[in-house]
Design a binder for this molecule. Structure first.
Ligand code: SAM
Length: 229
C-alpha cells in the first residue's frame, strides 16, 4: 500500500457506534453466527465451497438492521447473499430474521466493507452488488466520507462478473446526483436507466416501512443500476 492509499484508508464511511446487542440479538449471534457468519481474514472466500452450491451471488454493503437484506434472501432462495455491516447489533438483528425466515442462503460479515472488498472477494465472482441508503454525509466537508466514490466503484467493478449489476439507492437527492456524477463517466459501467439517469425501484429491492413513510411525506427515493462492461 502506498502512502496515498494509506491516507485514503483513514477516511472511513462510518463512525462505529457503541451499540449493545439485545438479548435476542446476542442469542442469535451465538446460535447462528458460527454457521451463517464469515470472519474477516486477509484471504479470498470461496463462495461455491461456502454455500455448497453454484448460484448467483449478491453482495450487500451496509445492510443496517438487515430487514430488506433478509427479505430478499427469503424471496430469492435460488440466490446466495453476502451481507457486510460494521455495526454489530445490526448483524445480530439480521440473524434474528435469518432464524425467523429459516435462511441458509446468507452469510454475514461484521467488518468494514472496504477491507472485505479489498482482501476477501474474488475478482469477477459477483452477480450483483447493492448499497441501499448509504450514510449520506450531508455536510459538504464530509462528502469525502461517502462510500460511493470513483476509486471504490472501480474496485467494485473488478468484483462483478461481466454483465453483473451495481444497484444503489438513496433518499437524499444530493447523494443521488453525486452517485450519478461518479458512475456516469466511468467507462467500466453502462447505465441501465432508459432515461440515462435513474431507474424505477426494481422488485428485487423490497420497500421498507421507512420508505413508505417517506413517500407519503412526498420524499423521493432514487435507484441507480449500472451493469459491468
Ligand atoms: C443509513 S444506514 C442504511 C442501512 C440499510 N441499508 C437500510 O436501508 O436500512 C447505512 C449503513 O451502512 C453501514 N456502513 C457504512 N459504511 C460501511 C462500511 N464501510 N462497511 C460496512 N458497513 C458500513 C452503517 O453501519 C449503516 O448501518
Amino acid at each position: 500500500m502506498n502512502s496515498e492509499e494509506k491516507n485514503q484508508r483513514k477516511i472511513r464511511s462510518f463512525v462505529l457506534r457503541k451499540g449493545r446487542l439485545t438479548k435476542g440479538q446476542q442469542r442469535a449471534m451465538e446460535l447462528h453466527f458460527p454457521r451463517l457468519g464469515l470472519e474477516f481474514k486477509k484471504e479470498l472466500y470461496d463462495f461455491k465451497a461456502i454455500f455448497e452450491r453454484e448460484a448467483p451471488v449478491v453482495l450487500e454493503i451496509g445492510f443496517g438492521m438487515g430487514k430488506s437484506f433478509a427479505e430478499q434472501a427469503r424471496d430469492q432462495r435460488d440466490h446466495d447473499f453476502i451481507g457486510i455491516e460494521v455495526h454489530n447489533p445490526g448483524v445480530g438483528a439480521c440473524l434474528v430474521l435469518a432464524e425467523e425466515y429459516e435462511l441458509e442462503n446468507i452469510r454475514v460479515i461484521n467488518h468494514d466493507a472496504v477491507e472485505v472488498i479489498e482482501h476477501c472477494i474474488p475478482d469477477h465472482s459477483l452477480d450483483r452488488i447493492q448499497i441501499f441508503f448509504p450514510d449520506p454525509w450531508h455536510k459538504k466537508r464530509h462528502h469525502k466520507r461517502r462510500i460511493v466514490q470513483t476509486e471504490f466503484c472501480q474496485k467494485l467493478h473488478k468484483k462483478l462478473k461481466p454483465g453483473g449489476v451495481l444497484h444503489l439507492a438513496t433518499d437524499w437527492e444530493n447523494y443521488a446526483e453525486h452517485m450519478l456524477e461518479v458512475l456516469q463517466p466511468m467507462p467500466e459501467f453502462k447505465n441501465l436507466s432508459e432515461t440515462d439517469d435513474y431507474v424505477p425501484r426494481p422488485e428485487s429491492r423490497p420497500l421498507t416501512k421507512f420508505e413508505v413513510r417517506g413517500q407519503n411525506l412526498g420524499h423521493g427515493v432514487w435507484d441507480l443500476m449500472f451493469s459491468a462492461k
